[in-house]
Write a protein that binds this ligand. Sequence first.
Ligand code: SF4
Length: 341
Amino acid sequence: MDDATRRQFLEATLLSAAALDSCSSSASVSAPRTMQRKDFEPAYLRLERTGELAKRAQELYSIYRACRLCPRACGVNRLKGEKGVCSSTSRAKVYSSHPHFGEERPLVGRGGSGTIFFSNCNLLCVFCQNWEINHRGDGSYVSDDQIGRLMIDLQGIGCRNINLVTPTHIVPNIVQGLRSAVARGLRIPIVYNCGGYEPVEILKLLDGIVDIYLPDYKYTDGRMSEKYSSGARDYPEVAAVAIEEMHRQVEELVVDENGVALRGLIIRHLVLPQNIAGTDKFVRFVANKLTPSTYVNIMAQYRPEHLAHKYPELSRRLTRTEYQQALGWARAAGLTRITGD
Ligand code: SF4
């Protein structure tokens, strides 16, 4: 499904679900807070001025010696070329870098979201939709300075933010690359577009660096994450604590006068067939542990990819009924900022 067709399907489904739900108003999305873009300064600029960004980059690099950048805590020395579950050394690999117009509306604006797709991944889901990049590791090695140049190029062609896709396993290189971008004049928000499988220890080192967190919350049942995401049994608990920390750091979404995101949290949740993702529990988590007005993208675009055909329950697309049920749970939980971008 292309972006336009997907949006039409989602808009029709959102509207029909709203019409069916007599308890809700017709609006699924309440307006986020706004601030003038001219008054906005990305958080990382202050850290660079104080020397803190350099310290953070150094500290993150030191973790490569016995890697615990993600909860798998492989303990390998990536500076010596050893590889853990994510199959990555201490050199970053990039698959592509370009403006993306299919991301959530507040991230896109007129210039697009400046995505940098990093190769490999720490979660390795069986239904991965980018398996050539995340599992097979397609891409080219880049220096940290080249990462910074990519950021500057994206800003130069009008992108509204730098959208780091699958950054967790390579975050020391990204922060060092950010320093080189800052020296060249970067000043658009940094988006941390991750799978949600993040240790709080590492997120604390990103406090004041990331402007917009864009995590997935993939499952609420550890048996599902164990089965479908390479044994990550602790995913639900880890992701919940991680997202609470992200929310503490950046709070709710703030947009500029054109509705383009400057700061805040957007959570993505891919609805899976047979409620494998645990959507009912997920929306209650958001309402109870964060705030009902947290910006949540409840995604309908699941399609069987990569190894999904080996699992009969994952071998089909989502039905409209399943998606409407997911939206109904979100409304029943009291969520007020739901989108299906
Ligand atoms: S980032 Fe990679 S090597 Fe490091 S703990 Fe996670 S999976 Fe293991």
